[in-house]
Design a protein around this ligand. Structure first.
Ligand SMILES: *Cc1c(COP(=O)(O)O)cnc(C)c1O
Length: 396
């Protein structure tokens, strides 16, 4: 094992921030000099640049990704009496956004190979009250636009994308954020495009949706002291927008670097399939922006996920589980009436998934180190359990 690698963090920002440190400093100083901290110039510039990057017409900066979901849905006219279909295996903010819009969330299962929403399950969940489908481009991989269009046109549904993990992702020629009527992004620091604090944006092709978000993020007043919408205070800070403006031109190359790292992981992990260790499948090639790199430690693996994670931690390799409990089993949402067993794929994935270190600048040497550590744990467990361990047919 290479002794020059003492520990590998889950995320390391140095590769992103060090080369542009002086530009970041200048952008921050410029905002301080202008003093336009709320709804200032850098925000207007960023909204245009980010919408362009998503290949849509409008971008409206808000305080967080959660707010982008809630305000975006509200601006699309989704609310009480409506049902919104979303996957149960997502970060809780997706569900919170739907609930805040006033609509009723209808959770569905995912595909066990990609972890993306199962659109056949979504179709079965459609009722006369279904207003919208909310695909989550989970881990940086987009849900198929063509399949979403088919479903939406057949049942007259609105598409609202949760693109919080998929800045600049592509599939079938579409950018994340350009598939639906509107989409929500987050700029939480560790997202593919991250601020130095909280932030989010709604992007949309529809002028009326853009105008409404612009109003409701600012107390519901398109004109000062005249309130035409039931609004709130949820603006993206000018300072954060200035930082995001400075980082945005580098995003495509950072994403390409994540994709390169993922391909390297993939190649090195391949032999571990014999031990029940599989990466999630990538169905969008170079368009996958790998917010996270997730593998499955399936039940045919001689070592369980928890043991492996603990051993990796002891070796100085940080990993994560995204996410350990699906939305439908969270204590706060028991009133929605779901139970254990309702969504078997999502529930099984929660026991199997492990997120490996992934960030732009992750070196080939680091990737090699991580995979060799996994291999060593898995094969030595196989050796020690050999008398009792019965290899089974992979359930993959
Ligand atoms: C991060 C995230 C959000 C929420 O974004 P915040 O900015 O943290 O509010 C929503 N959905 C998904 C899938 C996310 O990963």
């Amino acid at each position: 094992m290479n002794t020059s690698i003492s520990s590998i963090p889950f995320v390391d920002f140095r590769f992103q921030h060090q080369p542009i440190q002086s530009q970041l400093d200048q952008a921050i100083q410029a905002v301080i000099r202008r003093g336009d901290f709320i709804l200032g110039q850098a925000l207007a510039e960023f909204e245009i640049a980010f919408a362009q990057a998503c290949e849509v017409d409008y971008g409206i900066g808000v305080a967080s990704g959660t707010d982008a979901l809630a305000l975006g849905l509200q601006a699309c006219g989704v609310g009480a009496d409506d049902e919104v279909i979303l996957p149960t295996n997502t970060f809780i903010a997706t569900l919170i956004g739907v609930i805040r819009s006033g609509a009723t969330p209808i959770l569905v299962d995912c595909d066990s190979q990609t972890a993306l929403i199962d659109l056949a399950a979504a179709e079965r969940a459609i009722t006369p009250r279904t207003r919208a489908i909310l695909p989550v481009h989970l881990y940086g991989q987009m849900v198929s636009p063509s399949q979403l269009f088919d479903l939406a046109s057949t049942y007259n549904l609105l598409i609202f994308e949760d693109a919080a993990q998929a800045h600049l992702a592509e599939r079938e020629g579409y950018r994340a954020g350009s598939v639906g009527t509107a989409a929500a992004f987050s700029f939480y620091p560790s997202k593919n495009l991250g601020a130095f604090g909280d932030g989010g944006i709604v992007v949309t092709r529809e002028e009326i949706v853009a105008q409404t978000v612009r109003s409701i993020r600012n107390y519901g007043s398109p004109q000062k002291y005249f309130h035409t919408d039931s609004g709130t205070n949820s603006r993206l800070d000018t300072l954060q927008a200035a930082i995001l403006n400075t980082k945005l031109p580098h995003l495509a190359s950072w994403n390409a670097d994540r994709n390169r790292a993922a391909q390297h992981y993939e190649a090195l992990l391949e032999p571990l399939a014999d031990y029940g260790v599989f990466p999630l499948e990538n169905h969008c090639g170079r368009g996958h922006v790998y917010h996270l790199y997730v593998i499955r430690i399936t039940d045919i693996c001689p070592i369980d996920r928890q043991t492996l994670q603990t051993q990796l931690t002891d070796l100085g390799i940080q990993t994560g589980i995204h996410y350990p409990v699906p939305c439908h089993l969270q204590p706060a949402f028991q009133h929605l009436g779901y139970r254990v067993g309702d969504f078997p794929h999502a529930e099984a994935l929660c026991q199997e998934i492990l997120s490996l270190p992934m960030f732009p600048g992750l070196s080939d040497e680091q990737i090699h180190h991580v995979v060799m550590a996994i291999k060593q744990q898995v094969t030595s467990a196989f050796g020690s359990n050999r008398s009792t361990y019965q290899p089974q047919v992979a359930s993959a």
